[in-house]
Write a protein that binds this ligand. Sequence first.
Ligand code: MG
Length: 380
Amino acid sequence: MKLACVIVAAGQGIRAAGENPKQYQRLAGKPVLARTIEAMLATTSIEAVLCVIAAEHRAMYDEAVQHLRDDRLLPPAFGGATRQQSVHNGLVSLQSRAPENVLIHDAARPLVSAAVVARVVRGLERAVAVMPAIPVIDTIWHDGQHGLDAIDRNQLWRSQTPQGFRYAIILAAHRRAANDATDDIAVARQAGHAVSIVAGSEDNFKITVPEDLVRAERSIAMDVRSGTGFDVHAFCPGSFVVLCGIQIPFAYGLSGHSDADVAMHAITDAVLGALAAGDIGQWFPPSDPKWKGSASTVFLRKAVDLCRDRAMVISHLDCTIVCEAPKIAPHALEMRQSIATICDIALDRVSVKATTSEGLGFTGRREGIAALAAATLVGK
Ligand code: MG
């Protein structure tokens, strides 16, 4: 194996407030650690990614990575009493794979870019230890015995991760390391190895305090899309209507090619609209006898599948049903549950409400039911 990556995630993250350690807190809807792993997996030359976690965080880890289907993500190793011991454990776990080079990355740097990773990997062509770093711009003062002394900032660097190493060299260095090293460059230096510096990035900051989570959230360009849907079906002889998959006894039915679930059609069109994926009629032509009498759940399920294919998640659905009768409110909760189940989202992300049209127009004349819907989708 040429290149592996160890992600150090065993810390307790006590400086970032919250009930979970910082690497398991959500950043734009996803655990920080999941974003960090994805960022490293984005570099295709990395053949294996191994996280070092605290044994007591195993359940949180499993939940954070459950959506990741990538064979390169290895089962986690468990951390030790210090960061250095944790990294050592991670490196030892890679021994059977014997990578030529290894990147060691902080779990709390989820915004690392492929460009920074590439600079470190390239640096390893000429050096055994590579550190991405940023020159210090602020004037730095040392408050010592004799008062303040300005330090020559031209000689100062702020180190980041991933730090890159020849695997055999950093493993040997960790075996002998003093366990107070705060990063792996320090371990390499203790063992007498030269270090090459490549450019880091201000975006690759380490989430340490709660404000950092807010800053990171702001810098993630969220892919948010919205769509609208509208549908009408006329009443016809019958004894029930189907709305959002729920059968409601009524003096009439709704006429249509499928089960005429006007609300589900509007919702489906809203989701398709957010995907810019046409409309329900294009996916399920009324001319096709296959869909005659079909339950409209099939249509919404198709739209949900398309979301999955396009790496979008339904964040919210809102549907308004317009009719004089039947009464919607007694069934609204059941309708919301039905839609939430089909879309596999939480109940509080689905809204179903109703209004009359004050006796005006076709809905006012009780000729049928209209439904409007809005869908909000976010990128994964
Ligand atoms: Mg329809």
